[in-house]
Design a protein around this ligand. Structure first.
Ligand code: ADP
Ligand code: MG
Length: 351
């Protein structure tokens, strides 16, 4: 699982900062009308033609957000873009540009940075966004990647976290808990490898959840689907920290309560089985696991007929008046206050 074995290495120092930037950005093709000037000046120039502009930034730090022992750099670059685009889609916007800033340690050969950028460019191409700038520095604290995503929307289309109304249906796209159980698997294989490097990682039959962790996809398709069927959510957020935390954000900002039904929470069978293998409650993995990058949103009851048969959207509960609180209704029919960290199945984060 070691990173740079059997590969030719090119020292970045020989290129220098400007050489490296040029090397990484010389083949950029601009695809967005709003990009007037991309890489190459003191600032990018964008023209959004009267639209509202959306901006979101996320930083990924080695050792905190990713572990290079099991994260291929190409996947990491891809994921760094996805987690930022996800925030633009969560506003019901169209993502159009990104900037990418990197801090790289001296152990990194050019080939490693190239791999990272392969993933970055792949994500940009697939989601039709232009890379228009960034910053490049050396780092003594491991690899740092900071991405800013820009997007746009008409004012009437923007969906905030605070618009949920009593009686609205709570919906979520895709399935939950996969990224977290995938991470458990990767962590376990890493420990086995560290104890005995001759044992090959055994991830067979687990590709779906490993991919959920290493290569998430922002749900642009869900935004497009909702537009097609003429449903505008009343509130929306992307699921980066776990269903419970995100639903609590919507309820708090909308000043409402909710009933969330455990039995409705969409989960892939592989997520379910793997959680059980690790003696984890699958529901807790969905509620508190995070990194699924699905969209959680509320819609008016009048839109029920439009979404009820949509394969990739599940109705998991409804919004209530604030005094009813935020509740999880368990499979047994009991009601528990919804907590951001599951009940108690997760140990507290390390200091
Ligand atoms: P300045 O000194 O004006 O900040 P830089 O020399 O840092 O400019 O960058 C030159 C150009 O390259 C700018 O357009 C900048 O946005 C872009 N750039 C720098 N680093 C990166 C990177 N890692 N990825 C993409 N573009 C980058
Ligand atoms: Mg600079």
């Amino acid at each position: 699982m070691s990173l740079f074995d059997n590969k030719e290495k090119t020292n970045i120092e020989a290129l220098g900062e400007f050489g490296l930037i040029n090397y990484l950005t010389e083949n950029i093709k601009i695809s967005q009308k709003s990009t007037v000037k991309g890489v190459g000046d003191d600032a990018a120039v964008l023209d959004f033609d009267g639209k509202k502009v959306l901006v979101s930034t996320d930083m990924l730090l080695e050792g905190i957000h990713f572990d290079l022992a099991y994260t291929p750099l190409k996947h990491l670059g891809y994921k760094a873009i996805q987690v930022n685009l996800s925030d633009i889609y969560a506003m019901n916007g169209i993502a159009s540009q990104v900037t990418v800033s990197i801090g790289i340690s001296s152990k990194f050969p050019l080939e490693a940075v190239e791999e990272l950028y392969e993933g970055i460019y792949l994500a940009c191409e697939k989601y039709n966004v232009d890379l228009v700038g960034g910053d490049t520095s050396s780092s003594k604290q491991g690899l740092v990647i900071s991405v800013t995503a820009l997007g746009y929307a008409d004012e009437k289309d923007i969906v905030y976290r605070n618009g949920a109304e009593e009686g609205d249906l709570i919906c979520v796209s895709g399935d939950l808990g996969g990224a977290y159980t995938g991470l458990q698997l990767l962590e376990r294989e890493k420990l086995i490898y560290l104890e005995n490097p001759n044992i090959q990682p055994d991830l067979e039959g687990k590709d779906y959840i490993v991919e959920r962790q290493l290569k998430p996809e922002a749900r642009r398709d869900v935004i497009e689907l909702l537009k097609d069927i003429e449903v505008k959510p009343t509130a929306m957020i992307d699921v980066s920290d776990g269903l419970a935390s995100e639903l609590l954000h919507i309820c708090k900002q909308s000043n409402k309560g909710c009933n969330l039904y455990e039995e409705k929470i969409p989960m892939d069978p592989m997520t379910f089985e793997t959680a059980r293998e690790f003696n984890l409650d699958p529901t807790v993995c969905a509620l508190s696991g995070g990194e699924d990058y699905e969209l959680l949103f509320t819609v008016k009851q009048a839109d029920y007929d439009k979404i009820k048969f949509k394969m990739d959207i599940t109705i998991i509960g409804y919004i209530t008046e604030p005094s009813a609180g935020c509740n999880l209704i368990t499979k047994a029919g009991n009601s528990h206050p919804l907590k951001a960290q599951g009940w108690n199945a997760f140990s507290p984060p390390a200091p």
